[in-house]
Each structure stands twice: as structure tokens, then as C-alpha cells.
Design a protein around this ligand. Structure first.
Ligand code: ATP
Ligand code: MG
Length: 429
């Protein structure tokens, strides 16, 4: 078994200051300390502060058991089946508290044939907890009592050399939880770190294991990739490591084999570029638009095919959209409110061709117009010849500006838009 040797780094030798930590997280740690428990800030928060970034969330690890933590905080709830966690709510902020997890394979843990951990609710020591985290850079512990950082696995050295390195044997750890492959790519893109060759080595061959992950969890994980602000480079990484095929098998097939593959590739790139700049500008992004873009190669291919078999344009598109969504949700679930909007965006691609009479005036007032128009521009941007239709609509909107209150109302009411900061519904590993 992997050895964890503790190195303690005093406050003077690191840059994690209390001012950079959420006051709620500090409160939680102080309360646990006052009751005699150990409590550390862990994971991404310590990593991000060391790198001068703003942490997305603040996670705490403790030797108190979940029920004990829950009893200490009125504003808390116990969650999770595979592993119990405590969520402590401070207004809109949520602090996640996890009990140190152990390694024992036989006592409380269970594995599938492929090596996936099905159950691992065993508590352990802080050393064991460090070893079962995913990457060394995610396994630093900050003690709010004496302001020291505890490093068990050479994590600080990897932060210095900007390296994503799996703790333990990479293949075994990917088999235990294949989502770690996506996490490796995401952290590498987000932090601009290299993945060590031992850590990236097994990914291509093991990519198929993502097929064992629940579609609902993959929806959350893939959204984190797409909303990371680095969607374009992550799209290339997913393709390079063969992960895209596991996540979007039908689209991947079209991207590889279709006569229009080059166009589709560039269409997805344009869409993701667009998303990255919106995230950078702190503008909202809807998963519906993202998935409408990612599935378009498949929808368009089937749409053309059905028309060549004699089905009329509109029903053919409806059918193609339905088929693409139906086969995609076998792999990544897409909540209904998003898939409905995706279908509308696609169907509008026909509606937007009708530029005669009063129709355009009515169309621009529809809540889906904006997304559908953006989608149309994307198709043109990627090189599709649509006889200047995008330009026509741009001009039309300049000549017929919508009353400002109307567009604002639609925008605000649109619950299907997600702020860049997406909170996963599923408990962490
Ligand atoms: P960010 O919040 O910026 O996405 P993070 O590193 O904090 O990054 P979280 O998903 O918030 O990631 O998880 C918190 C910590 O829990 C991680 O830093 C890691 O130590 C551990 N962890 C999360 N998911 C896994 C996993 N699949 N396998 C092992 N450890 C994990
Ligand atoms: Mg985090």
C-alpha cells in the first residue's frame, strides 16, 4: 500500500492566509476544534489559494463522524448514500464536511468486476484520507488552528512543477472511479498543469469505462467541463483520449465518418469558443444551447437522411432531434427542460427560413428566438452556406428593435439558463 509521510509546512512558508478562506468555512472548523475534533480545509480550496485563484467551494475534512457533525450544526443536513457527508448551509453558501475516509477493501467497501468502487463507507485516519483522494494537488490539508499545511504525498512539489499526478496506481484508481479521467483533464485545463505521463498513460485504453457511470452523474461532470471556461481545449482533449466516444458515441461516429465531418468539427468548436467567451465575460450559459450544439452533427445527419427517404422537412427534423436525444440520454442524462429547449432551437432552424410577411415580427418575440438565432449564426460561422440568412436576421433586429422590457422579461424568466457556477446535484466521491 502507498505510504503517506506527513510534512508540516508552517504559516511563514506558504501563502494560504485566513483572509482568503470563506468565513463560514472558518466558523465550521473552529466549532469542530472547540469540541475536540480535528478539522482541515482540504482539496480544491487549498490548491486554488496556493495558486492565487478563487476557490469554487470550501470543503472540510474531519475525524468527527457525520452524525456528530450534523448534531453540532442546526443549519446542516446529512446527505449521500455511498458515503455520508454533511452539508452546512450559510445563506447561499454551502460548506461540505466529510469524515476522513479509510482504505479498507473488505470491511465496508465493494467493487464491481471492472474494479469500480460500489461502496466505500469506511472511516479512516487523515493519512488514509489523503491517499484515497484523486490527485496529489487535491490532497493538501490546511489547519485553521495553527495555520500549517499538512502535505502527505509531495503535493506542494507537484503544485510547484504544475503537475497533475494520480495518487497511487493510476489504472487501479481509474477503474475504481472512471470519472477521475474527466477530472484529470478538467484540472489540467483549468490550472494549466501538465498531466504526468503515468497519470495520462492509461486513459485512452480505459476510456470505455465511462460507460459504467450513471448518466445523471455524467451530466454533472460533463457540464463542469463545458462550463470551465476551457471547453474548446477540453473538447480536443476528450477526442484525443478517446473519451468523447464514450460520452457521445453517435456524435463521435459522425465526426469521424461523415462526409461533412470537417464542418461538424468546426461547428462544435465555434459553439464552445462562444461558450468560453461568455463564461469569461461572466454571462449566463444554458446547458440546452451547449447540448443542442454538441448533438447537431447527429441531428443534421439523420435529418438529411430522413429527407432523402422522402419524409418532409419539418417532421424529419423533429424525428431526427427525438432520435438524437433518445440515444444520447442512454449515456448522459439531459433533464427534460433542457431537451425541450434543444428541440425548439433545432426546429427554429426551419422557422427562421420564413422571412416573408409578418412572420419575422412574431418570431423575434418568441422566448427561444435569441438562442435559435445564435445557433443559426454558429452554423454560418462554421462555414454552412445559408444565403446570408443570419445577416438578414441581424439586420431585421436592427430595424425592428424589440421593446427592451420584453427581451429582459424573457431573459430573466428563463429558468433554463445556468450561471457559470454550476452546483452539482450529486455528492462527491
Ligand atoms: P473544484 O471544486 O475546483 O472543481 P476540487 O478539487 O475542490 O475542485 P471537488 O469535486 O470539489 O474538487 O472535490 C473536493 C475534493 O474531494 C477533491 O479535491 C479531491 O480531494 C476529492 N475528490 C473529489 N472527487 C474525487 C474522486 N472522484 N476521487 C477521489 N477523490 C475525489
Ligand atoms: Mg471543490
Amino acid at each position: 500500500m502507498l505510504d503517506a509521510t506527513r510534512t508540516i509546512i508552517p504559516r511563514k512558508q506558504h501563502s494560504v492566509s485566513r483572509n482568503l478562506i470563506s468565513p463560514s468555512a472558518l466558523k465550521v472548523m473552529h466549532r469542530l476544534h472547540s469540541k475536540g475534533y480535528e478539522a482541515f480545509l482540504v482539496g480544491g480550496a487549498v490548491r486554488d489559494i496556493l495558486l492565487g485563484l478563487h476557490p469554487k467551494d470550501f470543503d472540510i475534512a474531519t475525524n468527527a463522524h457525520p452524525e456528530e457533525v450534523h448534531a453540532l450544526f442546526k443549519n446542516s443536513r446529512l446527505i449521500g448514500r455511498r458515503f455520508k457527508l454533511v452539508h452546512i448551509l450559510f445563506g447561499r453558501e454551502m460548506i461540505e464536511v466529510a469524515t476522513f475516509r479509510g482504505q479498507a477493501v473488505d470491511q465496508g467497501s465493494k467493487q464491481s468486476d471492472s474494479g469500480m468502487l460500489l461502496r466505500d463507507n469506511v472511516y479512516g485516519t487523515i493519512e488514509e484520507d489523503a491517499i484515497r483522494r484523486d490527485f496529489t494537488v487535491n490532497a493538501l490539508y490546511y489547519n485553521a488552528q495553527d495555520f500549517c499545511i499538512h502535505d502527505f504525498l509531495g503535493s506542494l512539489a507537484d503544485i510547484k512543477t504544475r503537475t497533475i499526478r494520480m495518487i497511487g496506481d493510476p489504472e487501479t484508481r481509474y477503474r475504481e472511479d472512471p470519472v477521475r479521467m474527466l477530472r484529470a483533464l478538467r484540472f489540467s485545463a483549468k490550472l494549466n498543469f501538465d498531466i504526468s505521463s503515468e497519470t495520462s498513460g492509461p486513459i485512452y485504453e480505459l476510456a470505455y469505462l465511462l460507460g459504467n457511470i450513471a448518466p445523471a452523474r455524467l451530466f454533472d461532470e460533463v457540464l463542469k467541463l463545458l462550463l470551465s471556461g476551457h471547453a474548446v481545449s477540453l473538447f480536443h482533449d476528450l477526442l484525443r483520449y478517446n473519451l468523447f466516444t464514450s460520452l457521445f458515441p453517435h456524435v463521435a461516429n459522425t465526426l469521424q465518418n461523415d462526409a461533412q465531418a470537417k464542418f461538424y468539427h468546426s461547428f462544435i468548436e465555434c459553439g464552445l469558443e462562444n461558450t468560453d467567451s461568455r463564461i469569461l465575460a461572466n454571462k449566463p450559459v444554458t446547458p440546452a444551447f451547449l447540448y443542442a450544439t454538441l448533438l447537431w452533427p447527429e441531428v443534421n445527419r439523420v435529418w438529411q437522411q430522413l429527407q432523402s427517404e422522402g419524409i418532409a422537412e419539418f417532421p424529419a427534423l423533429q424525428q431526427a432531434g427525438q432520435m438524437a436525444v433518445q440515444s444520447q440520454i442512454q449515456h448522459i442524462s439531459i433533464p427534460k427542460r433542457f431537451s425541450l429547449m434543444m428541440k425548439e432551437i433545432w426546429e427554429y432552424q426551419i422557422r427562421l427560413k420564413k422571412t416573408q410577411g409578418r412572420r419575422p415580427q412574431l418570431l423575434v418575440q418568441q422566448p427561444r428566438f435569441r438562442a435559435a438565432y445564435d445557433f443559426l449564426l454558429l452554423r454560418e460561422q462554421a462555414g454552412e452556406q445559408l444565403d446570408g440568412l443570419g445577416k438578414w436576421w441581424t439586420q431585421f433586429q436592427i430595424e425592428h428593435p424589440a421593446p427592451s422590457h420584453a427581451s429582459k422579461k424573457h431573459y430573466n424568466k428563463d429558468s433554463s439558463r445556468t450561471k457559470p457556477k454550476h452546483r452539482p446535484k450529486h455528492p462527491k466521491q
